[in-house]
Design a protein around this ligand. Structure first.
Ligand code: UDP
Length: 243
């Protein structure tokens, strides 16, 4: 399928409905086509402007979904409507699909106790889900090679990597050459949500695009990170409007 994309500060973002993106990825999981999905937000774009390797990884990704509200606003400034595709929610629907279709899943990321709890909760929620490999997100280069070998041996159809950006993106890039049939998605702090360590915002915040506000109130340490990036990102997006 031909991708329809729109540039946000130099990076292609897919213009696609949530449901079409979900169907596309599920189809790829089924056919073992192998793909890399990036759930992009203003922080990743700002980082990529300073980091060539990350910029190239984004350019080579097969699907770049609009995660943050900032991306939605930047597209709106170009008169393009795009619904938000929140990474955690999207990945959970992929897990639902894998459970129903008996597809093999691997989880990499977060602290050991978090990934154990997340796995337990997901197994309870998605009966029969087949986690073929899990590893926490704190590893050195030697361990990284071992993890990739283990992934190759467990041949997952879907790999969820939740070590935060850009770490998760570098890791996926390294994996991809040896796991050409697997679908990879980087999903930041998702395991913390599934482990029950971080709540998702109530639906009203999610639907109105204010999940970031709720998360910031609950985790004030995020404030510094968001406000270091978002205003400048929006100013640049306004300047980019006519391009
Ligand atoms: N993390 C990790 N390895 C690291 C650094 C972070 O596995 O070396 C995990 C961390 O435990 C947390 C996630 O990565 O679960 C990052 O979450 P964050 O909220 O920063 O990501 P975001 O959702 O904002 O992209």
């Amino acid at each position: 399928m031909e991708r329809k994309t729109e540039k946000v500060l130099g990076f292609d973002v897919d213009i696609i409905t949530y449901n079409n993106a979900l169907n596309l990825v599920c189809e790829n999981i089924k056919n073992k086509t192998g793909m890399h999905i990036i759930t992009i937000n203003p922080e990743i774009i700002e980082q990529a402007h300073k980091d060539n390797e990350l910029a190239n990884i984004i350019k080579e990704a097969d699907l770049v979904t609009a995660d943050g509200i900032g991306i939605k606003i930047a597209l709106k400034l170009k008169n393009v409507s795009q619904e938000r595709i929140p990474g955690v929610d999207f990945a959970e629907n992929l897990l639902k699909y894998c459970a129903a279709e008996n597809e093999r899943v691997a989880l990499i990321g977060a602290k050991e106790e978090v990934i154990i709890e997340a796995k337990k909760n997901l197994e309870r929620k998605y009966n029969g889900i087949k986690f073929v490999y899990t590893h926490n997100g704190y590893f050195n280069e030697t361990e990284e090679d071992e993890i990739i070998n283990n992934l190759v041996n467990s041949s997952p159809a879907l790999v969820l990597v939740a070590t935060g950006s850009p770490k998760q993106d570098y890791f996926i890039k390294k994996c991809k050459t040896r796991l050409a049939k697997s679908t990879f998605i980087g999903i930041g702090g998702a395991f913390d949500v599934w482990a029950g360590k971080v709540e998702r915002a109530p639906e009203i915040f999610q639907k109105t695009g204010f999940e970031w506000l709720y998360r910031t109130i609950k985790q004030p340490e995020r404030l510094k990170r968001i406000y270091k990036t978002l205003p400048l990102f929006l100013i640049k997006a306004i300047m980019d409007m006519k391009k």
